[in-house]
Write a protein that binds this ligand. Structure first.
Ligand code: SAH
Length: 279
C-alpha cells in the first residue's frame, strides 16, 4: 500500500474514485477542501487546543484531518464518518500517519460525545450542508466536555447562528446557539475553494460553551417556537393569543415592551421570559 500522505488531496480524490458516482457523493453532502493553507486557517481558529482531544465530523478525503494532525501532537483525534466507502482511504492514513487517530463509521447524529473515550474536546468540522443545522443542534445537546467547536456552515446558516437581536437573521437558531455558547463568525469561504464547488458560500463559526448555561432548554424552545412563527407581529399580541392568562407584568419584569417584535428581544430576555411563563 502506497503512502497517501505523499499525494495531494486532489490526487487522493482521484485515486479512490470518490466522485465516480456523483449522485451518491451528493447524497452525503460531499464538497471537499483541497487548499492546504485554507485548511490550516480553519484549524488555527481552534487554537490553543489546551489539553483537549479533537473530534472531526465528516473527514471525507482527510484534507482537514491532515491539517488537524499537524497541530494534534499526542492528542486523540476521533473522526466520525457516515460514508463507509471512505474506509480504505482512512486505513491508509491510519497506517502512515503514526497519529493517535480513530475513525468511527456512523451518522454523527447517532453519536453521543459521552460515549466516546475522550476527555475535554475540541470539535472541528466542515459540516455537510444538508444536515449542518441538525448536527449543530445535536452537538449543543451535550456540551459538558466541549472546550470549543469550529464548524463550517453554509454562509446563511452561519449568519443566523451569530445574529444579534434587532437584525434580520436573528431567530430561533441564534437564540438556542447563543444561550449556550459565545458564537463568533471567523471568516467566509468562497464556493470555489471546494471540489466540486457547491452553489452556496460558506463561513466558519467558532462556538465556545458558556460556563453558566441553562441545563434545560424546553421552555425556551417552546416560547421561541410560538414567537417566531409570527416574527412580524408584536410579542404581546402573539402571546395573548396562545396564553390568554398572560399579564403585562411578566413582560414588564423582563423589560420587554408590548409592541416589540420577537426579533427585537435579546437572548437573555427570552430566557427569562420563558422561565417566568413555563417555569
Ligand atoms: N472534511 C472534509 C469533507 C467535508 S464534506 C473536507 O473538508 O474536505 C462532508 C463530509 O461529511 C463527507 O465526508 C460526508 O461523507 C460526511 N457526512 C455526511 N453526512 C454525515 C453524517 N450525518 N455524519 C457523519 N458524516 C457525514
Amino acid at each position: 500500500m502506497d503512502n497517501d500522505l505523499n499525494l495531494s488531496i486532489a490526487q487522493v480524490i482521484k485515486k479512490y474514485g470518490l466522485f465516480d458516482n456523483i449522485s451518491r457523493a451528493k447524497a452525503f453532502g460531499q464538497h471537499f477542501l483541497c487548499d492546504a493553507s485554507l485548511l490550516k486557517k480553519i484549524v488555527s481558529c481552534a487554537l490553543p487546543l489546551g489539553n483537549s482531544d479533537i473530534m472531526e465530523i465528516g473527514p471525507g478525503p482527510c484534507g482537514l484531518t491532515r491539517a488537524i494532525l499537524n497541530f494534534a501532537e499526542k492528542r486523540k483525534v476521533i473522526c466520525i464518518e457516515k460514508d463507509k466507502k471512505l474506509k480504505p482511504l482512512h486505513d491508509n492514513l491510519l497506517k502512515y500517519s503514526g497519529a493517535n487517530l480513530r475513525f468511527i463509521y456512523e451518522d454523527a447524529l447517532n453519536v453521543s460525545v459521552n460515549d466516546l473515550d475522550i476527555g475535554e474536546l475540541t470539535v472541528i468540522s466542515n459540516l455537510p450542508y444538508n444536515v449542518g443545522t441538525k448536527i449543530l443542534l445535536h452537538l449543543l445537546e451535550d456540551l459538558d466536555n466541549v472546550k470549543s467547536m469550529v464548524l463550517m456552515f453554509q454562509k446563511e446558516v452561519a449568519e443566523r447562528i451569530c445574529a444579534t437581536h434587532g437584525t434580520k437573521n436573528y431567530g430561533r437558531l441564534s437564540i438556542i446557539s447563543q444561550v449556550l455558547c459565545n458564537c463568533e463568525k471567523c471568516f467566509d469561504v468562497s464556493n470555489r475553494a471546494f471540489f466540486p464547488p457547491p452553489e452556496v458560500q460558506s463561513s466558519v463559526v467558532k462556538l465556545i460553551p458558556k460556563i453558566n448555561r441553562p441545563h434545560d432548554l424546553k421552555n425556551l424552545e417552546k416560547l421561541t417556537a410560538i414567537c417566531f412563527r409570527h416574527r412580524r407581529k408584536a410579542i404581546y399580541t402573539i402571546l395573548k393569543k396562545t396564553l390568554p392568562g398572560l399579564s403585562q407584568n411578566i413582560l414588564d419584569s423582563c423589560e420587554i415592551e408590548q409592541n416589540m417584535r420577537p426579533e427585537q428581544i435579546s437572548v437573555d430576555k427570552f430566557l427569562k421570559l420563558s422561565n417566568l411563563i413555563f417555569g
